[in-house]
Design a protein around this ligand. Structure first.
Ligand code: SF4
Length: 448
C-alpha cells in the first residue's frame, strides 16, 4: 500500500526545485516506529505483506449501529504528532486520501497539520478527494481540494501558494519518488492509467478518463531502478488493466527484465484479465519474476458477465489457470476475485462462483462490494432506495455490506467469507477443499 500518486507529485515538485519531505503514515518500516514502540517488529507474512498497527477508536455516529470494531490503522497518532512537531516548518502540506470511507483519518491529519503549522496551506488530493469531491471540499478542512490527476494545474497552484516559481518543462511521465523512503522493501508500479472496460461497479473511469499507457522502456527503467538501486524486493502492479495488447506493452517490459537479469518478485493485486493470458505470456511472466497473481472473475452469473462487457468467461478462466500452471506458477499463489454483497445478488451466485474458482485448484478472494459514488451501480442503488445520494461516505464501507438490508443475509455473507478462508488454507497446503465433503456440506447448509 504505497501512496503512488503522492510520490509522483513529490517527484514533480522536486523536478521544479522544491525540497520535499515524505511522511507515510502507512509505512510499517518507518524508522521512528522502532523507537516509539518498545520491541516493535515488522512481522512479514508473504512477500513483504503484513499487518498494520492499529488504535481502537469510538465509532462515529453513521456506523455506530454496526457490530464491528472501528480502528485507526498506521503510525500511532502520538508518533505522527511528534514527527510533525520536530520537523522543519513547510511552505505547504500536500496530503493524499485513499478509500472513500477512510476519510476520518484524513480529516484528523488535516486538523493536526493546521494545529502544528498554523497558516500553512494544506492541499488534499487522492481517491476520496476525487470521488467525494464536494464532501471533501465542504468537510475536510483542507485549504485546497484537488480532483483527478491534472499535473499542470496542481503545479500552478503549488507555485502560486508558495510563491516559488516553476523551473523547467512539465513532464507528465515523471516517476514516483520512492527514494524519499528511508527504508523500502516493496513498491508499486503502474504501466498504464485507466481501463478499456467499464464494469458498472468500478470507479476506474472516474479516476482516469482514458486508458493510456506509458513507454515500456521507461517502465523497465523504473523497475530496474527500484530493484537494483533501492533494493526493492517486491513490486505490485497497480494497473487496472495490465494485459491488453501485451505483445506491444507488458511483454516488452518483461523481456527487458529477463534480458538484463533484474531480480525482483512481481505481483498483481489488481485482477488480471484471464482472456489475455496465453501460454507464451504465462511463461514470460513466470521467467521474469511474477509470483502472486489475482485474476478477475467476479461472478459465474452469465448476465453479470454480460454486464461487465464479457471481460471474462468461465472458459477464459479455466484456460488461464492451466497456462499459468504449465508455465510453473504454484496454484496456491494464484487467486481469483469473486464479488459479494451486490444489490439483488443471491447467496447462491456467490457460492457457485466460489466453488467454480476453488474447483480450478486456486484460491478465492471474496471481495465485498462497496457502492462507489458516481458509478452506475451507485446510481442504481440510489434510484432503488438502497442508499441515499447524500449518504455519509462511511456508509460505503464494504465490510458492512451497505446494500444488503437483511441482517440474516449479511451474517451469511460473513460466514461465506469464513468458508472461503478455510478453503484457501487447504489450497495453500496443496489440498483440495472438497476432499472430505465437509466443506461442501457446510456450504449447502449455509444456502438452505
Ligand atoms: S475490468 Fe476491472 S478495472 Fe476495468 S472497469 Fe472492470 S472492474 Fe474496473
Amino acid at each position: 500500500m504505497k501512496p503512488f500518486g503522492l510520490l509522483t507529485v513529490g517527484a514533480h515538485l522536486r523536478r521544479h526545485g522544491f525540497n520535499v519531505t515524505l511522511l507515510d503514515c502507512m509505512d510499517r518500516l518507518h524508522p521512528a516506529l522502532f523507537d516509539h514502540i518498545p520491541g516493535y517488529r515488522t512481522r512479514h507474512r508473504f512477500y513483504g505483506t503484513g499487518h498494520y498497527i492499529k488504535e481502537p477508536l469510538v465509532k462515529p455516529a453513521p456506523v455506530r449501529h454496526v457490530p464491528r470494531n472501528y480502528s485507526r490503522y498506521g503510525l500511532p497518532k502520538s508518533l505522527v504528532r511528534r514527527l510533525l512537531e520536530t520537523s522543519e516548518k513547510p511552505a505547504l502540506v500536500m496530503m493524499t486520501s485513499g478509500m472513500t470511507y477512510w476519510y476520518p483519518g484524513v480529516f484528523e491529519m488535516i486538523a493536526l497539520c493546521h494545529e502544528i503549522f498554523p497558516g500553512i496551506p494544506v492541499m488534499l488530493g487522492g481517491v476520496y478527494a476525487t470521488l467525494c469531491h464536494e464532501h471533501a471540499r465542504s468537510m475536510s478542512g483542507a485549504d485546497h481540494v484537488l480532483a483527478g490527476s491534472a499535473v499542470p494545474e496542481m503545479l500552478e497552484l503549488v507555485s502560486r501558494l508558495t510563491r516559488f516559481p516553476l523551473s523547467g518543462d512539465i513532464d507528465t511521465q515523471t516517476r514516483p519518488a520512492y527514494d524519499l523512503y528511508t527504508r523500502i522493501q516493496t513498491a508499486a508500479v503502474r504501466t498504464a492509467m485507466g481501463c478499456p472496460f467499464r464494469c458498472p461497479f468500478c470507479a476506474s473511469h472516474l479516476l482516469s478518463e482514458r486508458f493510456s499507457r506509458r513507454d515500456p522502456e521507461d517502465v523497465f527503467q523504473e523497475i530496474s531502478f527500484l530493484a537494483q538501486d533501492l533494493r526493492v524486493r517486491d513490486i505490485a502492479f497497480y494497473d487496472d488493466a495490465l494485459l491488453p495488447d501485451h505483445e506491444n506493452h507488458l511483454d516488452i517490459i518483461l523481456n527487458r527484465i529477463v534480458q538484463k537479469k533484474v531480480r525482483v518478485r512481481m505481483h498483481t493485486p489488481n485482477g488480471l484479465h484471464p482472456k489475455w493470458i496465453d501460454p507464451d505470456s504465462a511463461r514470460l511472466m513466470f521467467r521474469s519474476g511474477f509470483r502472486t497473481m489475482r485474476l478477475s472473475y467476479e461472478s459465474i452469473d452469465p448476465d453479470r458477465q454480460k454486464e461487465m462487457g464479457y471481460k471474462v468467461s468461465d472458459s477464459d478462466l479455466v484456460s488461464a489457470v492451466r497456462y499459468l500452471k504449465d508455465a510453473g506458477f504454484a496454484l496456491r499463489d494464484i487467486g481469483s476475485y469473486v464479488l459479494m454483497g451486490l444489490p439483488g445478488q443471491d447467496l447462491k451466485e456467490v457460492a457457485d462462483s466460489m466453488e467454480f474458482i476453488l474447483g480450478q485448484g486456486i484460491r478465492v478472494s471474496l471481495a465485498s462490494f462497496s457502492p462507489i459514488p458516481g458509478t452506475d451501480s451507485w446510481y442504481r442503488a440510489v434510484a432503488g432506495g438502497l442508499i441515499r445520494e447524500d449518504a455519509d461516505p462511511l456508509l460505503t464501507n464494504n465490510s458492512i455490506f451497505p446494500l444488503v438490508p437483511d441482517p440474516v443475509q449479511r451474517k451469511k455473507l460473513v460466514e461465506l467469507g469464513t468458508l472461503a478462508a478455510v478453503a484457501n488454507q487447504k489450497v495453500v497446503r496443496n489440498e483440495s477443499p472438497f476432499s472430505d465433503g465437509d466443506w461442501k456440506r457446510k456450504l449447502r447448509h449455509l444456502l438452505s
